[in-house]
Design a protein around this ligand. Structure first.
Ligand SMILES: Nc1ncnc2c1ncn2[C@@H]1O[C@H](COP(=O)(O)OP(=O)(O)O)[C@@H](O)[C@H]1O
Ligand SMILES: [Mg+2]
Length: 287
């Protein structure tokens, strides 16, 4: 059974992409899972981290990104669809040689534009074409090929994000443990709950992932205590991702042989491995 999980926070720069990509690489390499990353963020960071800037440019100019899928819905219904799932799906990505089993559906900067146009379309236009159901219908044929599908969402709850949530069994919220980064969590919970209720399906709160943690920071420690004691917020994963140079560098597409080299022993390797293990347990609990 495939587990599908969205990564959401209304803030940018809180480690969403780093968490998504790290989980994908560790789930595949350390735990033998087949993983698909779906990059829905117009910032395209997950895409460029996994295939590199040059390859992304090629794909983008060939129309082999998810923007083509959404554009199909925006054009005349009689026109032929241009989205080509097989050509868009990038197999065995990641700059780490030992990582096998991570595939990617790439994003495009043009998704910003699509987001606005989808939002401003009259509902009649979508009579037979629900705007939050486009991704689900497109990826249906390949979902069974994976154990995990991880969706990197843009920092909002617009139509593109809802397309990700539409197929998700659960979601995680990466956050820096400070006031600004955690501010929007209740809004995310209530909006996702309302969307799921509307669908008549469950989209579970898998938990909050603490990112860029600085143990010397009083603010970080206080915020974590507050998050832990709040009864109405999602649970915290026990593994906190520390702020670290190796993890910061993991945002670059730079070839390495192993995950140990990419994330370093003390910096990130042990942490991401532990997080991936917890993540597996959390997804199996809701299955
Ligand atoms: N644990 C960490 N330690 C140091 N830098 C980090 C860490 N996590 C993320 N970063 C850096 O912070 C920036 C934002 O992270 P990113 O994952 O892209 O956030 P988001 O997807 O939420 O915008 C990137 O430059 C990334 O390399
Ligand atoms: Mg990101």
């Amino acid at each position: 059974m495939v587990h599908i999980v969205s990564t959401i926070n209304l803030k940018g720069g809180v480690g969403k992409t780093t968490t998504t990509v790290g989980l994908a690489e560790f789930l595949a390499t350390e735990f033998g899972k087949r993983v698909l990353v779906i990059d829905l963020d117009p910032q395209t960071n997950a895409t460029t981290v996994l295939v590199g800037e040059d390859r992304w440019r090629e794909l983008n100019s060939e129309g082999h990104t998810l923007v083509t899928l959404f554009n199909d819905a925006l054009r005349d219904e009689n026109e032929e669809a241009r989205f080509d799932l097989r050509a868009t799906l990038q197999r065995s990505v990641s700059p780490v040689a030992e990582v096998r089993g991570v595939d990617l559906l790439p994003s495009s900067l043009d998704l910003i534009d699509v987001q606005d146009r989808l939002a401003s379309m009259s509902s009649g236009r979508f009579y037979s074409n629900n705007p939050t159901d486009l991704l689900r219908r497109a990826v249906k044929p390949i979902l069974k090929d994976y154990d995990y599908v991880l969706i990197d969402c843009p920092p909002n709850l617009g139509i593109v994000t809802l397309n990700g949530l539409r197929i998700s069994d659960g979601y995680i919220i990466p956050t820096i443990p400070d006031v600004l980064s955690t501010y929007g969590i209740p809004q995310i919970q209530s909006r996702v709950r309302a969307f799921a209720d509307n669908l008549g399906e469950d989209i579970h709160e898998l938990g909050i992932v603490i990112t860029k943690y600085r143990s010397a920071s009083t603010l970080h420690n206080t915020t974590i205590r507050n998050l832990e004691s709040a009864t109405d917020l999602p649970e915290l994963f026990n593994t906190w991702i520390p702020e670290g140079n190796a993890i910061a560098a993991s945002a670059e597409f730079s070839p390495t042989s192993t995950l140990r080299q990419k994330y370093q022993y003390q910096g990130g390797y042990d942490v991401f491995r532990a997080l991936a293990k917890e993540f597996i347990a959390a997804t199996e609990e809701i299955a």
